[in-house]
Write a new protein. Structure first.
Length: 317
């Protein structure tokens, strides 16, 4: 709790301790993971339906009969059912995870406050009160994201990526390998920016903690500051700490603003490869228009889990 040294120790041991709080709600977590599997399946099925509808329309462009219309309607109803199921399951999952998160954080907050009562007076003399208040309130509240969104989002992101890769390889191996040429670049860029963003967020949280400690101590000691007419000196210190926090936030914003467009650029590159080589394969009769449409939808969804994964790693940090 006392500065940078404690941050180094917050690794596997702390993670295991945090996950122990979720043990009483293991059944609900299993239901949440089951919901994730269903949502991933529904998400992967939607582009297939769009591709099937495209092939039906293209194949029957000059002879749009009632039978063709009926076939398209069936596909459309399946797609609508997928969307409605996704909405319903996501809604129930969100409520369930929010409940787990609040129950867990309630217990952690009680344990932290109880632990503070057991600490020696020397501990409070050596640690700024503002920093302890931040640890016991803001940081504990941030942990709720670990249980309500981070774990589930990480599992969903990894599952979605694996599902998209497997499905695309099943559809067409050659076209999949061509579009996957961007993956090594994605891995390198994501690794680099994730490491940078983790350092940026760590610096921000450290400066927020220092600022809270400064405000808490100086507000409680305002009478002393006024007696010794140290308002100007105190104000200058506060301005410097606030400016440091502002600069840290700007660095994080700039880094994230570079990462997002970089991933989007790779998305466009993968789409360009799909158009070029997909068109050649279509002309050769190797694939249908529906396959190209399906791949385009998968490519569009492929990059979202990657960005989500990087963002959730920052939350964990």
């Amino acid at each position: 709790m006392s500065g940078e040294t404690s941050k180094i120790k917050l690794t596997k041991k702390t993670t295991k301790r945090l996950l122990r709080y979720a043990k009483p709600y293991l059944g609900m977590f299993l239901l949440a993971f089951l919901a994730i599997a269903i949502l991933i399946g529904l998400s992967l099925y939607q582009p297939i339906l769009i591709g099937e509808a495209t092939d039906v329309i293209v194949d029957n462009a000059g002879a749009f009969t009632d039978a063709v219309f009926y076939q398209i309607m069936i596909i459309a109803l399946k797609y609508l059912a997928c969307v409605l199921l996704t909405f319903g399951i996501s809604y129930l999952q969100s409520i369930m995870l929010a409940y787990i998160g609040q129950k867990v954080i309630y217990q952690i907050r009680l344990d932290v406050f109880k632990h503070l009562h057991k600490l020696d007076i020397s501990f409070f003399n050596n640690n700024p009160i503002g920093r302890l208040v931040t640890r016991a309130t803001n940081d504990v509240e941030t942990l709720s994201e670990l249980y309500s969104s981070v774990i589930v989002t990480l599992v969903r992101s990894v599952g979605t990526l694996i599902g998209i890769i497997v499905t695309m390889l099943t559809f067409n191996l050659e076209l999949s390998l061509i579009t996957f040429t961007t993956i090594p670049v994605i891995i390198v860029i994501t690794t680099i920016f994730t490491n940078i963003l983790m350092k940026r967020w760590s610096a921000i949280r450290s400066k927020i903690s220092a600022l809270n400690a400064f405000v808490s101590e100086h507000v409680s000691g305002m009478k002393i500051i006024q007696i010794f007419t140290a308002e100007k000196k105190t104000y200058d210190k506060f301005t410097n700490k606030t400016e440091e926090l502002r600069k840290s936030h700007l660095k994080q914003i700039v880094t994230h603003s570079i990462y997002g467009p970089s991933i989007y650029l790779l998305n466009i590159l993968a789409t360009v490869l799909l158009i070029i080589f997909g068109s050649k394969m279509y002309m050769a009769g190797a694939i249908t228009i529906g396959t190209i449409v399906t791949f385009q939808r998968y490519i569009g969804r492929f990059f979202d889990p990657i960005q989500e994964f990087a963002e959730q790693l920052n939350v964990i940090q």
